[in-house]
Design a protein around this ligand. Sequence first.
Ligand SMILES: [Zn+2]
Length: 225
Amino acid sequence: MRRYFLVLLSVFMVGIVSQSVIADDGSSLPTNYFNQDAGDKSTGDFSIDDPNETPSNKKIAIPRDTPTPLEGVRWQKKTIWIYMRTSDPRLKSAFQNAVKNWNKVKEIKIKWTKDEDKANIIAADGDLSANNTNNGVGYQTAQLGETKTEYNPDTHELHKATSILDPYQLDYTNPNFRSEVAQHELGHALGLAHAPEYEHSVMVPRNIRTGITKNDRKSIHLLYQ
Ligand SMILES: [Zn+2]
């Protein structure tokens, strides 16, 4: 039986970000890259045993020095299937637009499927308000989206990703902004990590200022080539 790691990757917030890597023994290793106020988000043991997994012992090579940082995992195949679980029309457009934008990286092809079991990535909605924080000086921050991934730590192969947008937190935003949040979350689902504030990247987690950049496309190209 193979043990997967399940990682809560992306906590996209206006204001702060916190990222927790759930270790195999259930302990949480919080890495708060951009804000000291971000709390520990221990969420218990997320590692699972998957009896349906087809063993593949081929280790995927992860490139170094990409313009946008990598999580160190990727999909085995370059055709990646995505399933639309949300029925919220505004979130659907955001995800659809984000997929179009990621497909401009010719190296990969993200395709929609109506079969959830076949899907690699799930595009979902969810209430992320429990993760919102208040730092005590009247500055409220909201989590807009998050992506959970499961991967095989031995082969670096992604097994499943779920990207969630919160329709309530995104209520008063415009379509362009919602698409950018979806692009950020799907960036995680493809294997990108958070970029530092000074980088020109959709993976800068706080107060997103841009969609997918040339650097982001180049990074995905290098990861999947
Ligand atoms: Zn993120």
